[in-house]
Write a protein that binds this ligand. Structure first.
Ligand code: BTN
Length: 257
C-alpha cells in the first residue's frame, strides 16, 4: 500500500515543528511503542502507523484486533506529542469529535470516545500519557475498521467505514483525519473541551437512552458537561461520570423501565 506520509507531513509540520511520520509493516502496538519511546525520553511529535499490530490494545485492558495479515482492513495509528492542557478531561471526547467530523456526518459518538455507525462500533480511541522530563507526552491511539473485521467474541459485530464510503482505504482515511486531528488536539490544549461540547452533543449516541454502567449504575444518559463528564439521571438523582475506567452501554430493552 502506498501511504501518504509526505502529504500528511506537509500539512502538519508547519504547525507542529519537529513532526515526523513513520510507517511500520508490523509492531506489537503503536501505542505501546510510543509509550516505550516516551519512557526512554523521546518527546518529539510523531505519527506512527502500523500495517499490522500483533498486540493492539483497547481501553480497559481489552485487546484490539488489528492483526489483519497485511490486507489493510483496519487503520491503526498513534499520534504522539507533548501537550500541556490545564485540564486533561475531555481530550478523548475532543479526539472522537475530530475523527467523526473528518470521517462522515452520520457517525455517532459513544461516551467517552467510541465512534459508532448505527448500533455498531466503527472506531476506538486509546489515550495514554507519560512524563518526559518536565513535559507530559500524550499518545493518542486510533483504530478504525475500514472493511468488515472478524467479530469473534464480540457482543456486537463491528461496523466498517466501507459501508458508508465504499472507496475508503486505510491510506485515504489516514490522510483525511490526521491534519484536522492535530489541529483539534492543539486547539484543545488551549481551549479545552467546552467549545466542542455542541459538536459532541450533536453526535451523542447515548443521549436520552437508558444506559447501564460497569459499576452497576443504571439510568438515562443526559449528555456531557463542559469538561466532558457524562450526566446520568438515576433513580437516586443525577450523577456525573468522569472516569473513563467506567464503561457505559445502552441498556438492553429488557433492562428499560
Ligand atoms: C478501544 O476502543 O478500546 C480503543 C482501541 C484503540 C486501538 C488503537 S489501534 C492504534 C493504537 N495502538 C493500540 O494498541 N491501540 C490503539
Amino acid at each position: 500500500m502506498h501511504w501518504p506520509a509526505e502529504a500528511i507531513w506537509e500539512q502538519v509540520a508547519p504547525g507542529l515543528p519537529g513532526f515526523t511520520v513513520e510507517i511500520l509493516s508490523q509492531i506489537d502496538s503503536t501505542n505501546t511503542e510510543l509509550m516505550r519511546r516516551a519512557r526512554a525520553g523521546q518527546a518529539a511529535p510523531v505519527l506512527l502507523v502500523a500495517e499490522r499490530q500483533t498486540a493492539g490494545r483497547g481501553r480497559l485492558g481489552r485487546s484490539w484486533h488489528s492483526d489483519t495479515s497485511g490486507d489493510h482492513r483496519t487503520l491503526a495509528f498513534s499520534l504522539g506529542m507533548a501537550l500541556a492542557p490545564a485540564d486533561w478531561s475531555g481530550l478523548s471526547l475532543a479526539v472522537g469529535v475530530s475523527l467523526a467530523r473528518s470521517l462522515h456526518p452520520s457517525l455517532k459518538l459513544k461516551w467517552p470516545n467510541d465512534i459508532w455507525l448505527g448500533d455498531r462500533k466503527l472506531a476506538g480511541i486509546l489515550i495514554e500519557t507519560a512524563q518526559v522530563g518536565v513535559q507530559r507526552y500524550a499518545v493518542v491511539g486510533v483504530g478504525i475498521n475500514i472493511e468488515p473485521v472478524p467479530a469473534e467474541g464480540l457482543r456486537t459485530p463491528p461496523a466498517a467505514l466501507a459501508e458508508l464510503l465504499p472507496a475508503a482505504t486505510a491510506a485515504s482515511v489516514l490522510e483525511q483525519v490526521v491534519a484536522p486531528l492535530v489541529r483539534d488536539v492543539l486547539a484543545f490544549e488551549h481551549q479545552l473541551f467546552a467549545p466542542l461540547r455542541p459538536a459532541f452533543t450533536a453526535r451523542d449516541h447515548l443521549l436520552g437512552r437508558a444506559v447501564e454502567c460497569s459499576d452497576g449504575t443504571v439510568g438515562t444518559a443526559g449528555g456531557v458537561d463542559e469538561a466532558g463528564a457524562l450526566l446520568v439521571h438515576t433513580a437516586s438523582g443525577p450523577l456525573k461520570i468522569r472516569s473513563a475506567e467506567v464503561s457505559v452501554r445502552p441498556a438492553t430493552p429488557t433492562d428499560s423501565p
